[in-house]
Design a protein around this ligand. Structure first.
Ligand SMILES: Nc1ncnc2c1ncn2[C@@H]1O[C@H](COP(=O)(O)OP(=O)(O)O)[C@@H](O)[C@H]1O
Ligand SMILES: [Mg+2]
Length: 290
């Protein structure tokens, strides 16, 4: 099977609106990951919208955002596709299935995702579907955000998409059908951070209606009560992300990143690490992402 010039090797995953495959690029001679959408997405006016949205996403270049190499619409099948760097790792939702994440590591990962989101937000792009399944943890410990703008991209052939996907990470404004902005991503990132540190979702219920009601009106148990090893100072950071009113959240995601970085440097005992080791960690990260 072939899509564009790429030779499909196998299917990695199948989602609601798309399928991810591993493929070979014969021109460059490398393995890539390709996201394939349904042909309906690029029909009629959808074609230009798809190409335009993909262009916006493709122009985001950040070490913590999955790189888009190429995009196109396959001539034979009219299948729209995005060609991405192939990454060895696993999505955060799988990792969370094995238990919670130590606070310093959770803060480091979410801090890096926040810095990637900040770049996008400054360009007027919101992610729109922040959830553990869209955060890849690479085998070397780095973290990458995927499916940027994908919720919007996939919504062109459907009218009701704001309420597609998993509701546990939706923000209140999404549920009530108000417009979303950068602060909506901050809310969803707060839900992810809460779940990483406690192993529990802040707004959980066994029905969709129940989850929506909780997102809209319930205040979750403070993180330090759900996980007593977490310092109470952390409670206010998560609570500020999870404010119902966007006006009460962090106005910008870099302010969240700035609060998380000092916690990322702490040892589990709560003692900040020596400056030299912090510097080395940073230098290693920079070298890795160069
Ligand atoms: N760039 C990539 N490299 C390697 N695997 C990927 C890549 N992007 C996605 N995957 C894997 O493909 C599977 C499905 O991807 P996902 O983005 O979750 O699809 P969807 O959002 O359509 O459900 C996941 O297991 C994910 O880890
Ligand atoms: Mg996804």
């Amino acid at each position: 099977m072939q899509v564009g010039r790429y030779e499909i090797i196998d299917v990695i995953g199948t989602g609601a609106n798309s399928k991810v495959v591993r493929a070979h690029d014969p021109m460059i001679g490398r393995i890539v990951a390709i996201k394939l959408f349904s042909p309906g997405l690029a029909q009629g006016a959808g074609r230009d919208k798809f190409l335009q949205e993909a262009r916006v996403v493709g122009q985001l270049s950040h070490p913590c955002v999955v790189t888009l190499h190429d995009m196109g619409i396959d001539e034979a099948t009219q299948t729209p596709y995005l060609v991405m760097e192939f990454l060895e790792g696993q999505p955060l939702d799988k990792l969370l299935g094995k238990g919670s994440i130590p606070l310093p590591r959770a803060c480091a990962w979410v801090g890096e995702i926040a810095s990637a989101l900040h770049l996008a937000h400054r360009r007027g792009v919101i992610h729109g579907d922040i959830k553990p399944a869209n955060i890849l943890i690479l085998d070397d410990g780095r973290v990458k955000l995927t499916d940027f703008g994908m919720a919007r991209l996939a919504s062109h052939d459907k009218k009701d998409t704001p309420l597609l996907g998993t509701p546990a990470y939706w923000c209140p404004e999404q549920i009530i059908g108000r417009s979303q902005d950068a602060r909506s991503d901050i809310f969803s990132l707060g839900v992810v951070l809460y779940e990483m540190v406690t192993g529990k979702r802040p707004f959980d219920s066994d029905s969709l209606q129940g989850i929506c009601t909780r997102v809209l009106s319930s205040k979750p148990l403070p993180v330090s009560q759900a996980n007593p090893s977490v310092p109470t100072a952390f409670d206010s950071i998560v609570a500020k992300c999870l404010e119902k009113d966007p006006g009460h959240r962090y106005p910008s995601v870099d302010l969240l990143a700035a609060e998380l970085y000092p916690l990322a440097r702490r040892k589990p005992s709560g003692q900040p690490q020596a400056h030299t080791s912090t510097f080395r960690e940073r230098a290693t990260r920079l070298l890795r992402s160069a």
